[in-house]
Design a protein around this ligand. Structure first.
Ligand code: NAD
Ligand code: UDP
Length: 309
């Protein structure tokens, strides 16, 4: 198949490009390089089945493809808050553009949605049937509400125009090729520990997240895309739930060194807890994560050791 991946030079996108090329597909990677890097896909450039083009997903584009994975959007809070208006445009206009392309080419189109559509959840763990608890005017809203509108557009194009859609709600995912200065918690803690700097916990560290290793997530993406008769939304994530204090202690144990844990103000609207209910993924996709946090951290630490001085 010919497969378009928007945001293909980013953390998740580069792993997806690699996996789809290994399966023998032609891959078109589109990116504006806001948070993506050529280094993430440099090893793929010599492959004749791989094409890279610089383009912004908010501008319309044409391509003849069978599948579209729409991943273009910054994912780390400091990055998506850097230019909030651009972030919401990326989610909304990007969705309109990939859906228009899918309508014309009859390609199947996949949206990388997020656990953030649940906001600061009052239901725990979060099933897909939960409508969420999102602040529409806060500093995270450009991302959360942008992704919610994108989901709405996907379902409207599906109902109104018969577009073949897949929507995944991704929970916190980590692994090699996250940016060292990304601002997300796993990369921050590992890089701080490797540099012997203090570990920066925001708030008292009692907030929880559930961390999925990238290889498990990509397997879930492909199963969802290639399963017929379902649209999602479907949660993909690892139900193992940890406080940020537990994560910091685990990273320190694995990296060693002189770093101390320090506490800093909690950013506003920071969700207090998050854990995916993956009942649907198990029953509809036969998917569940295989990599434990300890194993995944070891692989991620090994990667950061090669790039962080
Ligand atoms: P990332 O920032 O590494 O990748 C995003 C990619 O999109 C980058 O290559 C960036 O340059 C590109 N991009 C951003 N705006 C663009 C635009 N306007 N036009 C074209 N390209 C653009 O982040 P990631 O972790 O790889 O996330 C990929 C997708 O998955 C995002 O849509 C994100 O919202 C979603 N997601 C990720 C997580 C996670 O934990 N990693 C969780 C939930 C959702
Ligand atoms: N966090 C932290 N220290 C950091 C970076 C993040 O304590 O250096 C916290 C953050 O406040 C949040 C959690 O870790 O409670 C996860 O943050 P991240 O930005 O990785 O993801 P998100 O909040 O979008 O789930």
């Amino acid at each position: 198949m010919r497969i378009l991946i928007t945001g293909g030079a980013g953390f998740l996108g580069s792993h997806l490009c690699e996996r789809l090329l290994n399966e023998g597909h032609d891959v078109l990677c589109m990116d504006n390089f806001f948070t993506g890097r050529k280094a993430n896909i440099a090893h793929l450039l010599g492959n004749p089945q791989f094409e890279l083009f610089r383009h912004d997903v908010i501008d319309p584009f044409k391509a003849e493809v069978d599948r579209i994975y729409n991943l273009a959007c910054p994912a780390s809070p400091p990055h998506y808050q850097y230019n909030a208006i651009k972030t919401i445009k990326t989610s909304v206009m990007g969705a309109i553009n990939v859906l228009g392309l899918a309508k014309r080419t009859r390609a199947r189109v996949f949206q990388a949605s997020t656990s953030e559509v649940y906001g600061d959840p009052e239901v725990h763990p979060q099933p897909e049937s939960y409508w969420g608890h999102v602040n529409p005017i806060g500093i995270r809203s450009c991302y959360d509400e942008g992704k919610r509108v994108a989901e709405t557009l996907f379902f409207d194009y599906h109902r109104q125009n018969g577009v073949d859609i897949r929507v995944v709600r991704i929970f916190n995912t980590y692994g090699p090729r996250m940016l060292p200065d990304d601002g997300r918690v796993v990369s921050n803690f590992i890089v701080q520990a490797l540099r012997g700097q203090n570990i920066t916990i925001y708030g008292d560290g009692s907030q929880t997240r559930s961390f999925c290793y990238v290889d498990d997530l990509i397997e879930g993406f492909i199963r969802l895309m290639e399963t017929t008769g379902i649209t999602g939304p479907i949660n993909i994530g690892n139900p193992g739930e940890f406080t940020m204090l537990q994560l910091a202690e685990l990273v320190l144990k694995k990296v060693g060194g002189p770093s101390k844990i320090t506490f800093h103000p909690l950013p506003s609207d920071d969700p207090k807890q998050r854990q995916p209910d993956i009942t649907l993924a198990k029953s509809q996709l036969g998917w569940e994560p295989k990599v434990t946090l300890e194993e995944g951290l070891e692989k991620t630490i090994a990667y950061f050791r090669t790039i962080v001085g």
